[in-house]
Design a protein around this ligand. Structure first.
Ligand code: ATP
Ligand code: MG
Length: 553
């Protein structure tokens, strides 16, 4: 960032800790649950955690929070690693909460030995009833009276697989009257005879999030464990376990979740969109996932810039997706190669241009770059322009092509429309023009001034392409506020496919990493669906914010 920015509240805390010598360096972690693909909310957490250890001495671990065997999958693990690397961050250690299952089991035994945990045979309904309410204290049942020896034996039997799912749980013995409901004898372990993506069938008891998370932080000697605000009430429990076990005192800090307008950011909801085929997959370019944005043509730089601009806050808020688009537009303007692509072709014949002649004109790859390179653009007698760039009876101030009117063809010549050719139904099928040979761009001695400049391609050299244009996935700004099922707000027009576009031949050598600006059309990137027969491009974003204008109407 070029401008000096004031410190955010976590940077302030960390600078103080480092100044006091509380820590020689800091250790943070990014702890995804591998039950889905990462989305923009995760990107903001990644930029925060990894950003802090880029700025201050220390490092960041990647820890998969894989304590729930049922929803987790290796596919997700791979995608998460890929996304973090793509965003430009490096973790120090790749770790798994499941690697700590033995340690966590021992911690549970320690609590039992200290008389701080007991095996409870109650059903989940009974446990919920015993918990009381925020205004009424809860109560314990007879199982809380079990001896240490009995609890140790039962917990070992739970681990050995002697009981079915749900038959028993291990609970901490804390305080059934605590104003914090999470302190009312929380569940530490539950029985689940389920296959785990890493530990296989070794375990049939699995630790609850609260029992796994803080201790995993402690094992890794995480100094600043950063999570989102919904974990504020969990902090007391986090500290309690660490204090009772006498292990490394990691500390939890919270920041507000980030949401984006016109989309959902919960893996559960995104999974529904994928499973019910409202989108083509997790990496559908309309998805707010990192993989979706990547396929859409977003750059890691633009996502990091966005996360940096929104910063961190203590109050949950909704960020305008227009800001994300602004960030990518700014970056792409600097790096995108300029190309011409006609979406909806109208044939133009230059009647005074020699029939077999093909001239190679020069077009700047990027006028924003002082050291720009140039590509060859073939020009010939037959060209395509956009249908919408021609009108037979134009209104005033229509500066595009019309009978008797002149326009400039970008990087080429000034042409004038002499004649309109129609088919039997009166549909315009061709426009016949003449060109001014002395009006070539860069060497124009014609003295003629025209107001309109059109993009175009030469028919013989044009390559067919499919172009995919995207709009918001949802029709309402704030889906959390919208009533009823979020899926009823899916935008039916979020994808528009232009099946028969024509691209200038320089695009034939497109690579996945290359970004393009199609003149007057927006920023584009090649899609993996592209084949040698038909290239497929995704529009990342339009050139200007047409959306903001739409809303003012
Ligand atoms: P989801 O509700 O989408 O499943 P999650 O919080 O359950 O999100 P995790 O994989 O558990 O997903 O999250 C990994 C990290 O990313 C956590 O530290 C979490 O707080 C953070 N995170 C998730 N969503 C957001 C968000 N919208 N804004 C900021 N941070 C987020
Ligand atoms: Mg989660």
């Amino acid at each position: 960032m070029s401008e000096e920015k004031s410190l955010n509240f976590l940077e302030e805390i960390i600078e103080q800790h480092l100044a006091e010598g509380k820590y020689p360096h800091i250790v943070t972690r990014f702890p995804p649950e591998p039950n889905g693909y990462l989305h923009m909310g995760h990107a903001s957490s990644i930029c925060l955690n990894f950003g802090l250890t880029k700025k201050y001495p220390g490092y960041t671990n990647l820890r998969f929070d894989d304590t729930n065997p049922v929803t987790e999958d290796t596919e997700y693990v791979e995608s998460i690693k890929n996304d973090i690397k793509w965003l430009g961050f490096e973790w120090k250690n790749e770790l798994y909460a499941s690697d700590y299952f033995d340690s966590l089991y021992k911690y549970a035994v320690t609590l039992i030995e200290k008389g701080l945990a007991y095996v409870d045979d109650s059903s989940s309904e009974e446990i919920a009833a015993q918990k009381g309410t925020p205004t009424q204290p809860g109560y314990r049942n007879q199982y809380a009276e079990r001896s240490v020896a009995e609890n140790l034996a039962l917990f070992a039997a739970m681990k050995a697989g002697e009981f079915p799912d749900g038959a028993k749980v291990l609970r901490a013995k804390i305080d059934m009257a605590s104003p914090n409901m999470l302190m009312r004898d929380p569940i530490l372990y539950r029985i689940k005879h389920a296959h785990h993506h890493r530990t296989g069938d070794t375990w049939c008891i699995y630790p609850m999030y609260d029992f796994a998370h803080g201790q995993s932080d402690s094992i890794e000697e995480i100094t600043h464990s950063i999570c989102t605000m919904e974990f504020v009430p969990h902090r007391e429990l986090y500290d309690w376990f660490i204090a009772q076990l006498g292990i490394y005192p990691s500390k939890q800090y919270e920041f507000a979740r980030r949401n984006l307008t016109y989309t959902v950011m919960s893996k559960r909801k995104l999974l529904q969109l994928v499973n019910e085929q409202h989108v083509a997959g997790w990496d559908d370019p309309r998805m707010p996932t990192i993989s979706g944005l990547r396929r859409r043509g977003y750059t890691p730089e633009s996502i990091r810039e966005f996360c940096d601009r929104i910063g961190i806050a203590k109050r949950e808020n909704l960020v305008d997706v227009g800001l994300l688009e602004f960030c990518v537009r700014e970056h792409l303007n600097k790096i995108a190669l300029r190309r011409m692509v006609v979406f909806d072709p109208l044939k133009v014949v230059i009647t005074n241009y020699p029939e077999a002649q093909v001239e190679l004109l020069q077009g700047e790859d990027n006028p924003e770059d002082p050291n720009t390179t140039y590509r060859d653009i073939p020009f010939s007698r037959e060209l395509y322009i956009e249908q919408e760039d021609f009108m037979e009876s134009p209104p005033k101030k229509y500066f595009r092509l019309a009978p008797g009117q002149m326009v400039r063809l970008k990087h080429a010549y000034i042409i004038q429309c002499d004649e309109v050719v129609k088919d039997a139904n009166g549909k315009i099928i061709e426009v016949r023009c003449s060109y001014l040979p002395n009006s070539k761009s860069g060497n124009d001695t014609s003295g003629v001034h025209v107001k309109g400049t059109l993009h175009w391609v030469s028919v013989a050299q044009a390559i067919p392409a499919e172009v995919r244009l995207y709009d918001r996935l949802f029709t309402v700004e704030d889906l959390d506020e919208a009533e009823g099922d979020f899926k009823q707000y899916i935008n039916p027009n979020s994808l528009e496919v232009v099946g028969a576009a024509f691209a200038e031949p320089a695009l034939a050598s497109s690579t996945a990493d290359q970004r393009y600006q199609f003149l007057r059309k927006g920023y584009f990137v090649i899609d993996p669906d592209s084949t040698t027969e038909k290239m497929v491009f995704n529009r990342t974003v339009t050139l200007k914010d047409t959306w903001a204008k739409e809303q003012k109407k």
